[in-house]
Design a binder for this molecule. Structure first.
Ligand code: NAP
Length: 310
């Protein structure tokens, strides 16, 4: 297949782009940075597309490529419903001139699992991708349902949504910002403890970036069977921030950690438990996450995060 990944330099986007290349596809990667294109894309068999996809000039550049390819994946940093819908509508415009009877082009939108978050509790709080996305806890993320609904409801294409849980591996993404960096800062300052955000129960739904990327490739390859569906990209069991912080203490030699309250809506969202188990990815594509949980594999995840991205 010919694939264009928007946000190909990002934490999820880079894993997704490399996974499509490894799977044998012809892959374009979009970035706003010529340096990223030269140093991270060209040497890795990714065809660079340098533009800002949110501007009119940039739209012309990436949609010219989208006209001739099979799959577009939106892995851009979240910028709200209007930005996501603008990108999606530009894609629809680009592909609408294809000859009648052509195969449907595919659009995969990278969403987030917070649209499903119901908080901690019993089985009544459990969810999966077959449940409505009502986000009673994280109202700040409910805008996602506008773009999700547009993508899965569009009949002229294969529209697919993937909702990654809290993503780990490599530079750690928010695990790096929220949990690893405070420990590193404490070590550097000669302190014996570090502070971290955590909810009362500590539960968190997670997925390794490479397992997440594998699901993107599988649903795109099987797009005619996956169209109109939402896929949760998560490990089958929850992880626990307590175990993650204890593992950091074991590895660093720090004496312990202290809980601190979230400072903003993003931190609140991060620690809000989502009790969910994915099932559609396996049922339709045979997808199965392979990597160890964050706390179980901390020895390698910690080394990677403190050394920089791979
Ligand atoms: N990380 C997680 O744990 C996680 C979990 C669930 C869902 N998600 C969602 O998944 C999507 C991708 O997340 P991510 O963490 O991979 O994103 P990211 O690394 O923060 O950003 C992806 C790329 O977007 C581009 N970008 C950033 N700001 C931009 C702007 N203002 N205009 C145009 N391009 C911009 C950057 O590329 P260039 O600088 O190269 O142009 C960046 O590399 C987001 O919607 C996010 O909310 C993330």
């Amino acid at each position: 297949m010919k694939v264009l990944v928007l946000g190909a330099s990002g934490f999820i986007g880079s894993a997704v782009t490399h996974a499509f290349v490894r799977a044998g596809h012809i892959v374009w990667g979009q970035t706003r940075s010529q340096e990223t294109a030269d140093t991270q894309f060209s040497p890795c068999e990714i065809i660079p597309v340098v533009c800002d996809p949110t501007t009119e000039d940039g739209r012309v550049i990436w949609t010219n490529i989208a006209k001739q390819i099979d799959v577009v994946v939106d892995c851009l940093a979240a910028g709200g419903a209007d930005q996501a819908l603008g990108i999606f509508n530009a894609f629809l415009e680009a592909v609408k001139g294809r000859p009648e009877g052509s195969p449907r082009p595919t659009y995969v939108y990278c969403s987030g699992h917070y649209v499903m978050a119901r908080g901690y509790g019993g089985l009544d709080e459990w969810s999966d991708e077959r449940q409505p996305a009502e986000a009673p806890i994280n109202k700040g993320t409910i805008w996602r349902t506008k773009i999700e609904g547009a993508v899965v409801g569009e009949q002229s294409i294969n529209g697919i949504v993937v909702r990654p849980a809290c993503v780990y591996g490599s530079s750690g993404s928010y695990f790096g910002d929220y949990h690893f960096k405070p420990a590193l800062d404490a070590l550097e300052a000669g302190k014996t403890e570090f502070e971290s955000i955590i909810s009362d129960n500590g539960k968190i739904l997670t997925i390794h970036k490479d397992d997440a990327a594998d699901l993107f490739v599988r649903v795109a390859e099987a797009a005619p069977a996956c169209r109109g569906e939402v896929f949760l990209s998560a490990n089958p069991s929850t992880d626990n921030i307590r175990d993650i912080l204890d593992a950091i203490v074991r590895i660093t030699g720090l004496k312990g950690w202290k809980a601190k309250k979230p400072a903003d809506a993003y931190e609140t969202a991060w620690i809000t438990p989502l009790l969910a188990r994915p099932s559609l990815g396996q049922a339709l594509t045979g997808w199965q996450p392979k990597r160890m949980a964050v706390s179980d594999g901390m020895d390698v995840y910690w080394v990677r995060s403190s050394a920089g991205a791979c």
